[in-house]
Structures are given as structure tokens and as C-alpha cells.
Design a protein around this ligand. Structure first.
Ligand code: PLP
Length: 424
């Protein structure tokens, strides 16, 4: 798959007059088209809803675009709930899938009327004592062991801290029913960033069988099955991207095979995708500000791991192009680095790229999800701006870059007011 920057070098120069690099740039057109393809793929299910995982891109402008496309939101913290409330999500627009949940967070989710997804059996009592049990309630399932597709081990649920065992699910449903719950949801997240059209259908098969078992064991009404996140993206152009239409049809087939004959043909399907909804529709634009020639060739950028942590954290591959040099031969080998005093602050290692000069714009791909949002402030580095490339080609700032004032905002300088001087 050929990966193309959203903007040309000329456009980057124009944008930079108003908004200096580095910045994350989001492509509204791509976001909308993908969201529509998602809705279409699951339109066979009357109650279908995608709950965008807010943690992937917690920006109200982005969330509003997805709201306009019919999405709800998946939150897992107090501030994500606040943000969602501010954008106008309420009640059943919100899925609250948290773990190690503080009281304050549950209270907020309850007040908003969100669907609450319990991560553990002990949270049944915890929530009951705190707010009481809402009419509709969801529990998160963890089957343990390894999760395999064919012969390939996708992930290791047995090592994951999330969810409850099948026996605990049965016990939780019985207790919740006794506490007044009327309708039930089942949730599970078994593998992250899967690049396979089989992940969702396989997971759906497991959860559909579980739904029947739970209904038969407890007599509860199953309202929805939440397939959660995990449908991934092709970070590397050599990978074949997921086809959401094929995935939707795969889940449909399992639904017709398992749910319909069991009398569960009205159950709603929910998803909680973050990466798939936004990942490819964000790019980090950074400028080469230094070059260094020692035992290797280094390109020094004005962005660093503070703006995109995935390469440092997971060794993740992010594709790179140099604006205006997309068709030039990739006959140089570089480490593309940021400025942190951490040797893992490298966007790419031993990457074949065209010859890069100081001042060139470097486009780092697939930063739309788990990009800006994972950022931090190590070395006192400040987080970049977020810009939105509108469908008409205009560019709007949807989050300004951090300033030193932001960085120091949590400190009380009253005793030292002479010592910190902000630029005017
Ligand atoms: C992170 C997360 C998601 C989204 O995962 P993606 O890989 O971005 O699709 C959904 N649900 C829960 C509970 C999560 O923790």
C-alpha cells in the first residue's frame, strides 16, 4: 500500500507561517470516509454503534466529527468523561470501560447515564455500594490462556490484567440481576492492533457462544456484545490493511450462525475502536533542524518522543516520507531522532530515506491515534499543536502547542516569582 502525505512541501511552508512545526495534522475527509465505511460494514445489525476510544485522540474537534458520523465514545477516566460531556455525548452515547476504577470516576459515569462496563467481580459490590446498579450493565470477559488465530498467537489474555473469568461472569450476572439490573452487555478485548480480517469474527464467535451460556446459566436478557478495540492498521506499507467490509461480513456470518438460531437475533453489536478510526488520519510534521555524522548518520528533528512515543515505547514502525522528495531514490540510511536525553528517542533506526537537508519537512505517518495522546513532558519538552486539515483544504488549529506557562502551571512560584521569567 502506498502511503501519501496529506500535504505538499509548499502547503507545509504555507501552514508554517501561521503554525510552526512540529504539529500533528488530521485529515477530516479521511476520518469521515473511514467512519462511514465502518457504519456501512455493520449496518446489518440494527443496534450497531461504534464507541470511539477517546484515549486514542482526546480532542473535542475530532470527537465532534465522529459524533456527526454517528459514533458514541468509549471512556475510561474522569477527565475523558468530562471531555465527552463537553462535546455533547450523554447517556447511552458513552461506554465507560475502565479498570482499577476510582469511586469518583464511577460516580461521574453513573451521573452521565453511561453504559458501565465492570472489569472485575469485586466491582459489582463496589458499584452497588457507591451508586447502585444501573438498569443496563456490562461485564468484561477474559478467557485466559493465549489468543490464537489459526496457528498464530495474537496476544496473551492470560497475562492481561483486564476482565473476569467465565465463572466470575456467571456469578457477576447473577448478583447484578439480584441487585436490579435488567439488561446485560458482554465486553472483551483479546488482542491489540491486529492486522487480520479474522480477529473480530473470531472474537465475535467466542462472545456469541458465551452470551448463550450466560443467558442459559443466569436467565438474564443480553442487550449488547461489545467487541471493543483491537482492529489495527497497517503501519508498514508492506502490510495489507484490514478491510472493514470483510470484517463486518465476518461478524455478520457468526451472528447468523450462532445468535439468530439461539433467539438472540436482536442483540446489538458495539465496537470501541480507536486506532482504526483515527490512526491513518493523523501525520506528525516535523522539520530537520540538525544533522550529525558520527558512527551513524543522524537526522535531528524539532519533534521528539514527547510528540510520538510509540517508537520509543514499543519499537513501533512509523513510515516516513520527506515532503517534496516522495519520488526521490531512498539511497541514504538514517536514524531519525528527537532531542530527548534518551537514546530510544528515535522515530526510525537505519531507515532508507532520500537525502535529507536541514529545513526539510519530515512526515511521520499514522500518528492519528495513540500519538499526541500518549505524549508527556520529559526533559521539559513541550507538546506540539494539533491541526485539522478541513475537507475544503483549509487548516484549523484544534489545539495550540504547550508553552512554558503550561509546563509550570502546577507549581506554585509565589516564593520564587523572581526566578522564573517567561518570554513576553
Ligand atoms: C484502548 C482501548 C480501546 C481502543 O483500542 P484500539 O486498539 O485503539 O482500537 C478500546 N477499548 C478499551 C477498553 C481500551 O482500553
Amino acid at each position: 500500500m502506498i502511503k501519501q502525505p496529506f500535504i505538499t512541501r509548499e502547503k507545509a511552508m504555507e501552514i508554517e507561517k501561521e503554525f510552526p512545526t512540529p504539529f500533528h495534522l488530521y485529515d477530516e475527509k479521511g476520518i469521515r470516509e473511514n467512519a462511514r465505511a465502518m457504519m456501512k460494514a455493520f449496518s446489518w445489525n440494527k443496534g450497531f454503534r461504534e464507541y470511539f476510544a477517546v484515549k486514542a485522540t482526546p480532542n473535542p474537534f475530532i470527537m465532534n466529527i465522529l459524533k456527526e458520523e454517528g459514533c458514541g465514545v468509549d471512556c475510561s477516566s474522569y477527565t475523558e468523561l468530562m471531555l465527552s460531556e463537553a462535546v455533547g455525548f450523554k447517556g447511552e452515547d458513552i461506554m465507560f470501560s475502565s479498570n482499577v476504577t476510582p469511586e469518583k470516576d464511577y460516580k461521574k459515569a453513573f451521573e452521565l447515564g453511561a453504559y458501565i462496563n465492570l472489569d472485575d467481580l469485586t466491582h459489582v459490590e463496589f458499584l452497588n455500594n457507591l451508586t447502585g446498579i444501573p438498569e443496563t450493565i456490562c461485564c468484561r470477559f477474559n478467557p485466559g490462556g493465549k489468543f490464537e488465530l489459526g496457528t498464530h498467537v495474537m496476544d496473551n489474555p492470560g497475562d492481561a490484567k483486564y476482565g473476569m473469568s467465565k465463572d466470575q461472569m456467571i456469578e457477576a450476572f447473577k448478583k447484578l440481576k439480584g441487585m436490579g439490573a435488567k439488561k446485560f452487555g458482554i465486553h472483551s478485548f483479546l488482542a491489540s492492533n491486529t492486522v487480520s480480517n479474522d480477529y473480530y469474527p473470531t472474537l465475535a464467535g467466542i462472545l456469541f457462544e458465551l452470551a448463550i451460556e450466560l443467558r442459559d446459566a443466569t436467565g438474564v436478557e443480553i442487550e449488547f456484545i461489545n467487541l471493543s478495540g483491537g482492529v489495527g492498521i497497517a503501519y508498514n506499507p508492506e502490510q495489507t490493511p484490514n478491510d472493514i467490509a470483510v470484517i463486518g461480513e465476518g461478524v455478520h456470518k457468526k451472528f447468523d450462525e450462532i445468535m439468530v438460531p439461539a433467539g438472540l437475533g436482536d442483540v446489538k453489536i458495539f465496537t470501541e475502536l480507536g486506532r482504526f478510526m483515527l490512526g491513518p488520519y493523523g501525520q506528525l510534521i516535523t522539520k530537520c533542524i540538525h544533522q550529525k555524522h558520527i558512527y551513524k548518520e543522524y537526522i535531528g528533528c524539532d519533534a521528539c518522543a514527547v510528540d510520538l512515543m510509540r517508537p520509543a515505547m514499543y519499537g513501533a514502525y512509523h513510515h516516513i516520507e520527506v515532503l517534496g522528495k516522495e519520488n526521490a531514490p531512498k539511497d541514504h540510511v538514517y536514524d531519525v531522532t528527537g532531542s530527548l536525553c534518551e537514546n530510544n528517542d528515535k522515530f526510525a533506526i537505519d531507515r532508507n530515506l532520500p537525502e535529507i537537508e536541514v529545513g526539510d519537512y519530515i512526515c511521520i505517518f499514522d500518528t492519528g491515534a495513540h500519538g499526541y495522546s500518549m505524549g508527556y513532558n520529559y526533559n521539559g519538552r513541550l507538546k506540539s499543536a494539533e491541526l485539522l486539515l478541513r475537507e475544503d483544504g483549509s487548516v484549523e488549529m484544534i489545539r495550540r502547542a504547550e508553552t512554558p506557562e503550561d509546563y509550570f502551571a502546577t507549581l506554585d512560584f509565589s516564593r520564587y516569582h523572581d526566578k522564573i521569567k517567561f518570554d513576553k
